[in-house]
Design a protein around this ligand. Structure first.
Ligand code: HEC
Ligand code: HEC
Length: 505
């Protein structure tokens, strides 16, 4: 990598080569400074957060900066979980409890393929041991996910959650007014999450109802749609980011541990509240994945008539094999404004994990840093011949305030059968249960599946079982060239960065 990158922070302005180790402290931003900017110019606050988030995710953190943790005496990094290390301040004694690592100095050390913020090769797979079994046979293996277009993913999950909560409330209201049990379908954006039943408690002026959640499907009983991580165990980008910084790099955010040194590395204040906001906004506003068909339509990629026809037939095959029953091609977003912090119950935090009050830390759900998913993303803005700007990094508009997310997921969990099971059920909802993995960008993110063990897209399809068994069999029943067409369609779902200074590797 040889390109020159310019970093601007307040009055300080300097340039560095991307491969250079940080001579000075990594970039930082105060939440208070972001809030001040926000009061004057919301776009400036967004851009500042995006820029600092970009630098933080690229920066190489040293021990002095707070990377690493006291794994064992004289050992600051580990590629394997060390639940056996139970001495004072060692791996098993850190807070919050470690899942794995630390094993890296930067986010893009893993998120690198085919370009920065992308997925990762098998070589940087992560082993985690959330239950601290200390038994390699029970470690969970995870392949690195890409980070593109994730703001829209959180928005869809937020809107689905609001709908599901509203249905539960409606069931309770009706049960009270009818004075009998009421069962309602939990359906949002055309996706079914089972049913919920409300049973009225003792009648009285203030009727309450008890909710029976036993028929809820594909989501946690609290009806919060969690889409981040292969397992879907985090609702927000913010929570994922601070968790990743802690587990993968040993960077402990202040909002996670306060002023304490939870990983006993002798450094505190490793990531400020503003830093975590910046990383969150950056990931939320990264360009969306695209497709070769879309690029060809825009004159940005060459496809022969034959190639185009093959991809288009593949799209039909995906429907024919009922892959789209889970990999739902696209979902609507009613309100395309991504806000950090979120105001949606289940996504908003009144109290941060360190026990501090979110507002006291400058995080106001009513005055968030925000941007428009249909136009504010800085990357993949392409100047066209007539001088107009094509915003390929943004999501297509839908109605006055909405957007369309082409993500090939139904945002719910499915049992994928024993072949795709984790060795242990670490999260309590089934070792073989996973939220439908997005296919957006899947042509650029191999190897595939949660452990990265599928070396071809065909391998990934053949590993499907459980609820996807019939769909896999429909694929296998297809005669050539149909199978190849389906795969050609998947290969056409790509991630590209067309900004001139960005270098692919
Ligand atoms: C050691 C490799 C590694 C490093 C370093 C790393 N990640 Fe990741 N990242 C992963 C893996 C593996 C996953 C999938 C984890 C899972 O499913 O539980 C992932 C998943 C994610 C996701 C979830 C994406 C999605 O669509 O669900 C986010 C967000 C993320 N990482 C952000 C970050 C940030 C921010 C940093 C730097 C602070 C970082 N990562 C550093 C390996 C890494
Ligand atoms: C029952 C729901 C369901 C059906 C039906 C289904 N999938 Fe999947 N798909 C998933 C889930 C869940 C995953 C993630 C599994 C894992 O990583 O363990 C996945 C993963 C994938 C992946 C790997 C994605 C990646 O980033 O690694 C591909 C490719 C894929 N599916 C294609 C297909 C195709 C093609 C079909 C139709 C033949 C299909 N799927 C049918 C749920 C489904």
């Amino acid at each position: 990598m040889t390109y020159l990158n310019t970093l601007r922070l307040g009055a300080v302005c300097f340039a560095f080569f991307n491969s250079t180790v940080w001579a000075e402290a990594p970039p930082q931003v105060d939440q208070a400074a972001l809030n001040q900017l926000l009061a004057k110019d919301r776009l400036a606050a967004f851009e500042q957060a995006f820029e600092v988030g970009d630098e933080i995710t690229e920066a190489t953190y040293t021990l002095e900066d707070g990377a690493g943790a006291a794994v064992a005496p004289g050992q600051s990094f580990t590629r394997l979980p060390r639940a056996d290390r139970t001495g004072a301040g060692e791996w098993a004694m850190h807070f919050p409890t470690r899942e794995g690592g630390p094993q890296a100095q930067s986010c893009i050390a893993c998120h690198a393929a085919p370009l920065a913020n992308g997925a990762g090769p098998m070589a940087v797979n992560v082993a985690v041991d959330p239950l601290h079994t200390g038994d390699p046979a029970q470690f969970l293996e995870r392949n690195t996910l890409h980070l593109f277009g994730l703001g829209a993913v959180q928005r869809v999950a937020e809107e689905m959650t609001m709908d599901l909560h509203a249905i539960a409330l409606q069931a309770a209201d009706r049960a009270c007014s009818d004075q009998s049990a009421v069962t309602l379908d939990l359906e949002t954006k055309g996706v079914s999450f089972g049913k919920i039943t409300a049973q009225p408690d003792d009648a009285g002026a203030e009727c309450t109802a008890t909710l029976d959640r036993s028929a809820v499907e594909g989501v946690d009983p609290d009806l919060v749609v969690r889409m981040f991580g292969w397992k879907g165990n985090h609702a927000t980008l913010r929570a994922f980011a601070r968790n990743a910084a802690h587990n993968e790099m040993g960077l402990q955010a202040v909002e996670l541990v306060g002023e304490k040194d939870g990983d006993y590395d002798g450094v505190t204040g490793e990531l400020s509240v503003g830093d975590v906001t910046a990383v969150t906004i950056y990931m939320a506003a990264l360009e969306r994945p695209t497709s070769l068909l879309e690029l060809a339509d825009l004159g940005l990629h060459e496809l022969t008539q034959k190639e185009r026809a093959r991809i288009e037939r593949g799209q039909t095959r995906l429907v024919q094999a009922k892959c789209t029953s889970c990999h739902v091609p696209s979902l609507p977003i009613e309100n395309a404004r991504f806000s950090e912090p979120s105001a949606v119950p289940g996504f908003a935090e009144d109290t941060l994990p360190d026990g501090s009050d979110a507002m006291a830390q400058g995080l106001y759900a009513q005055a968030p840093v925000w941007f428009d998913l249909t136009g504010d993303q800085p990357n993949n803005r392409i100047e066209q011949a007539d001088g107009s700007i094509l915003q390929l990094g943004s999501f297509p508009k839908r109605g006055d305030n909405g957007a369309e997310l082409t993500w090939y997921s139904d945002f719910r969990r499915h049992d994928m059968g024993p072949g795709l099971a984790d060795p242990v059920d670490a999260f309590g909802f089934g070792a073989s249960v996973w939220p439908t993995r997005s296919l957006a960008g899947v042509g650029s993110t191999g190897p595939w599946l949660h452990n990265g063990h599928a070396t071809t897209l065909r391998d990934a399809i053949l590993a499907h079982g459980g609820e996807a068994m019939a769909s896999k069999q429909a694929f296998l029943a297809m005669e050539e060239p149909a199978q190849g067409e389906l795969i050609a369609f998947l290969e056409n779902l790509v991630i590209v960065n067309l900004d001139p200074e960005e270098e692919e590797h």
